[in-house]
Design a binder for this molecule. Structure first.
Ligand code: COA
Length: 167
């Protein structure tokens, strides 16, 4: 996929330096489960993602967000595809702090959401984050997603194929 400033594509092993630059950063991982990634973990993740077929389920399908002008990966977007219920996906996004606040995550997700709905034949897309992660759920709201659940631990948003951000 392409947008004005970005290319969104499957990962390659050669993305390691760019990917690790933000995935090893505790600021980026602050609201996410798990520790900041080591180089070995990042290389393992990229190897799996580079080989992943669209048809694999019960899997996270991650995509590199490549900044065309800077010629580097500045973040990733992706979708968890469960085997059941079929036709559902849970999206996520993580960007290098040096590229926050410039609309890149929004631009990438505006390209990725229609792609994901079409490629994986989705009937619904959700996204979940900590209530304290205002940057994350603020993005979900700018994308036209609707808050469908909230607890003290998480907020959950949803989108269906007929809505503008899905097309
Ligand atoms: C969640 C995350 C991706 C959001 O990134 P972001 O840069 O804030 O999101 P956007 O791309 O929508 O950018 C929005 C900001 O860019 C500004 N902006 C500048 N140019 C813009 C443009 N051309 N288009 C849209 N927004 C633009 C907006 O005004 C907004 O600014 P504000 O934050 O001061 O209100 C980022 O905070 C992140 O990577 N966090 C760490 C990982 C994480 O927690 N991920 C979520 C897990 S569920």
């Amino acid at each position: 996929m392409r947008s004005e400033r970005l290319a969104i594509r499957r990962f390659a092993a050669t993305d390691l330096t760019d990917f690790l630059a933000y995935q090893s950063d505790p600021v980026v991982r602050r609201y996410l489960p798990g520790e900041p990634m080591s180089a070995a973990q990042a290389a393992g993740y990229l190897a799996v993602q580079a080989d992943l077929d669209d048809g694999v389920r019960d899997a996270w399908h991650g995509y590199a967000v490549h900044h065309l002008g800077e010629d580097r990966v500045i973040g990733d977007v992706g979708v968890w595809l469960p085997a059941r219920p079929a036709g559902t996906g849970d999206v996520g996004f993580q960007f290098h702090p040096g590229f926050h606040g410039r609309g890149y995550a929004f631009e990438a997700m505006r390209a990725f959401l229609p792609y994901a709905f079409a490629t994986f034949a989705l009937r619904t897309v959700t996204a979940t984050c900590s209530p304290a992660n205002t940057a994350s759920w603020g993005l979900m709201e700018r994308l036209g997603m609707h808050r469908i659940e909230e607890t003290g631990e998480y907020v959950k948003y949803g989108l269906t194929p007929s809505e503008p951000s899905a097309r």
